[in-house]
Design a protein around this ligand. Structure first.
Ligand SMILES: Cc1ncc(C[n+]2csc(CCOP(=O)(O)OP(=O)(O)O)c2C)c(N)n1
Ligand SMILES: [Mg+2]
Length: 546
C-alpha cells in the first residue's frame, strides 16, 4: 500500500462516499478503486465550494472533501478556501504538491505555507509513516473547536511511497462537547429576565448544533423575539410570531427596531462579527450575553458582559432549565405585548414593500421574483440560496425560511458565483430537497459552467438568473466608465447556454411566467434534470435598510 491508498482507506473508514475534485491527484483513482465517487467540477474553486455546500448543510455530521493537483490546482482553489474560512465551514482539503525536495524551492507553491491565513490548520505529510497521525489530527480539527477548512498536503513522492501500516490502527476522532458553568448560566438568566427589551440573536451555531427546537422553546418561555444573522437564517421558522427575520446589509423593519431598542442581547451560536454583511449594533446601549463554541469569538468585536462559552445546544438547554426554575414550567406571559408589536411592524413593513413584491412591470422587478419563489416552492422541502451582490440584499429580508437549512445564508467574504457549486454540494447532502440558487448575470460568469457539472453528476439543481444585463450592485457606481466604455454592461442568453450544457433552459420575460417556470423546474429536478431560469429583470435600487 502507498500513502495515497492509505488515505483512501482512512476516508473509507470515515464513511466518506464522495469527494469533489479537479482533475489530477492519485487519490482520485485510489478512491474510485474502493467505491468512493469523485465528482469533477469545471474549476477548482467550484469543487471547493461544492465540498463547502455539502458540509454547510450537514452540521459536522458529514464532511465535504476536496482534492486537486499541485501548483495551479492548489493556487486556483484559494477563493473557495477563503469563503469556507470566513464562514467557519469544516472542509477537508487534500492538495497535491511538488516532491518534497522541491516543495520549498521558488517558484513552487506549497499550500501548507501559502494557505496560512485562510485555513484552520494545514499539515504536510513529510514522512510516509506519519499518515495515520496526520489524518487523525485533521479529522479531530474538522470535528472539534472552531469549524474551518483543514489541509493535508501530500507531496508527489510521499504520495507514491510504499508503507507498511495496519489501517485498523486509524481510529476516527469523536466530537467532544463542553458547556458553560452554572454560575454563568444563572448570571445570564437573571439579566435576561430583568431586561426591559431583550433580544435573542441566533447565528449559524444554532444550525450546526441542531438546536432550533431548543431555541423556539427558549423564545416561547420568555417571549423574547429572535433575530438571525445571515448565516443563521432558518434557525427559527420565520412564520413564528416571535421571529424578526434575518439581516445582511438589509433587514426587516421589526428586526431593525429590536436591534435599535434592545437593552439586553442574548447572542447564541454567533461570532458577533462586525461585517458589512450584517446589521450594526450599538455596543454602548447593550448588555451582551455571548454564547459561542469558539472562545476566541467572545470579546472579539463586542465586549461580553456574560460569557457562555460552549456548545450552543447544551447552553440553550441549561438556560431553559434555569429559566423554568425561576418562572415555572410554562415560562412567563408576553407582558410587553411583543407578539402584537412584531405583527404590527411586519404589516407596516410589508405594506411599504407590496408594490415591489407584487409589481407587474416589464422588465420584471427582482422583488417580484423573490415573492414568486416564496409562493411557488414547498418551503419545508427546499433549500434556497443567493449569490453575492444585489440578489443577496434583495432576497435575505423577504425569503421566508421555515425549517433549518431551508435557506443558506453565507458571506463574510462574498465570492461571486458561489451559489451554483454551493447548491450542487447541498443537493449531494440533501438529495430529496428542491435546491434553488438565485444569482445575477454577473455572478453566472464566475461559475456558470458548473451547470454542466450538475447535469453530468445528476445533482439536479435549479438556477434562477436575474438577467439585468449589468451589475445592479453598483447603482451609479462608475458613470464615466459606463458611458464612455460600457463597463459592467453584459449580455447573454443564459437559457441557451444552459441547454448547450444539457440542462433545461427557460427564458422568462413576463411575470406570469415566473411561477410556471419554478413549478416546471421542481418537476424536472425530481426527474434528475438540471434547470436554468433566465429571467429578464430590471433594476430596483430600493433596499430594505435604515
Ligand atoms: C470574486 C468576486 N469579485 C468581485 C465581487 C464584488 N461583486 C459583488 S456583486 C458584484 C456584481 C454582481 O452582478 P450581478 O451578479 O449581475 O448582480 P446584480 O448586481 O446585477 O444584481 C460584484 C462584482 C465579488 N463578490 N466576488
Ligand atoms: Mg446583473
Amino acid at each position: 500500500m502507498n500513502v495515497s491508498e492509505a488515505i483512501a482507506q482512512i476516508l473509507k473508514k470515515e464513511n466518506i462516499d464522495w469527494i469533489s475534485c479537479f482533475p489530477n491527484n492519485p487519490l482520485i483513482e485510489d478512491l474510485s478503486k474502493i467505491g468512493i465517487r469523485p465528482i469533477m467540477f469545471r474549476h477548482e474553486r467550484g469543487a471547493m465550494m461544492a465540498a463547502d455546500g455539502y458540509s454547510r448543510t450537514s452540521d459536522r455530521e458529514k464532511i465535504g472533501i476536496f482534492s486537486m493537483q499541485s501548483q495551479a490546482g492548489a493556487e486556483n482553489s484559494m477563493g473557495g478556501v477563503s469563503q469556507a474560512y470566513a464562514d467557519n465551514i469544516p472542509v477537508l482539503i487534500l492538495p497535491g504538491a511538488p516532491p518534497l525536495n522541491q516543495i520549498s524551492v521558488r517558484p513552487n507553491f506549497n499550500a501548507t505555507s501559502n494557505y496560512k491565513g485562510i485555513v484552520k490548520s494545514a499539515e504536510c505529510i513529510t514522512q510516509p509513516g506519519q499518515v495515520i497521525d496526520v489524518m487523525r489530527r485533521a479529522f479531530h480539527n474538522i470535528r472539534n473547536g472552531r469549524p474551518g477548512p483543514v489541509v493535508v498536503e501530500i507531496p508527489a513522492d510521499i504520495s507514491a511511497s510504499e508503507i507498511n501500516i495496519d489501517i485498523d490502527d486509524y481510529k476516527s476522532p469523536v466530537k467532544g462537547y463542553h458547556a458553560p458553568s452554572i454560575t454563568d448560566i444563572k448570571l445570564a438568566v437573571s439579566n435576561l429576565l430583568k431586561a426591559k427589551n431583550p433580544l435573542i440573536i441566533a447565528g449559524q451555531g444554532v444550525l450546526f448544533s441542531r438546536s432550533s427546537d431548543q431555541l423556539k422553546t427558549l423564545a416561547e418561555l420568555t417571549n423574547i423575539p429572535v433575530y438571525t444573522t445571515m448565516p443563521g437564517k432558518s434557525a427559527i421558522n420565520e412564520d413564528h410570531p416571535l421571529a424578526l427575520g434575518a439581516g445582511v446589509q438589509t433587514t426587516t423593519l421589526q428586526a431593525r427596531t429590536w436591534l435599535d431598542n434592545a437593552d439586553v442581547i442574548l447572542a447564541l451560536g454567533t461570532s458577533m462579527t462586525i461585517t458589512p454583511y450584517g446589521q450594526s449594533i450599538d455596543q454602548n446601549s447593550k448588555f451582551i450575553i455571548h454564547n459561542s463554541d469558539n472562545y476566541e469569538d467572545i470579546n472579539k468585536d463586542f465586549f461580553a458582559d456574560v460569557i457562555l462559552a460552549g456548545d450552543t445546544k447544551l447552553t440553550i438547554e441549561l438556560l431553559i432549565e434555569e429559566i423554568k426554575s425561576k418562572t415555572g414550567e410554562n415560562g412567563r406571559e408576553d407582558i410587553d405585548g411583543n407578539i402584537n408589536k412584531i405583527a404590527d411592524l411586519k404589516k407596516q413593513w410589508l405594506t411599504e414593500w407590496a408594490s415591489h413584491l407584487n409589481s407587474d412591470e416589464v422588465p420584471i422587478n427582482p422583488y417580484r421574483v423573490i415573492n414568486e419563489i416564496n409562493n411557488s416552492i414547498d418551503l419545508e422541502n427546499s433549500i434556497v440560496t443567493h449569490d453575492a451582490g444585489a440578489p443577496r440584499d434583495q432576497i435575505v429580508p423577504f425569503f421566508k425560511a421555515t425549517v433549518p437549512h431551508s435557506y443558506i445564508g453565507w458571506g463574510k467574504t462574498t465570492h461571486l458565483g458561489f451559489s451554483i457549486p454551493l447548491m450542487i454540494g447541498a443537493k449531494k447532502a440533501n438529495p430529496d430537497k428542491f435546491c434553488l440558487n438565485l444569482m445575477g448575470d454577473g455572478a453566472f460568469g464566475m461559475s456558470g459552467l458548473d451547470i454542466e457539472t450538475a447535469v453530468r453528476s445528476k445533482l439536479a439543481i435549479t438556477t434562477i438568473i436575474l438577467n439585468n444585463g449589468g451589475m445592479a450592485t453598483y447603482p451609479g457606481g462608475f458613470p464615466n466608465a459606463r458611458e464612455k466604455f460600457g463597463v459592467s454592461f453584459m449580455k447573454g442568453n443564459y437559457a441557451k447556454i444552459a441547454e448547450g450544457m444539457g440542462a433545461i433552459g427557460i427564458e422568462v420575460k413576463e411575470v406570469h411566467g415566473i411561477s410556471e417556470a419554478i413549478k416546471k423546474a421542481q418537476i424536472e429536478n425530481s426527474k434528475g434534470n438540471t434547470v436554468l431560469i433566465d429571467i429578464h429583470t430590471g433594476y430596483d435600487d430600493k433596499r430594505s435598510k435604515w
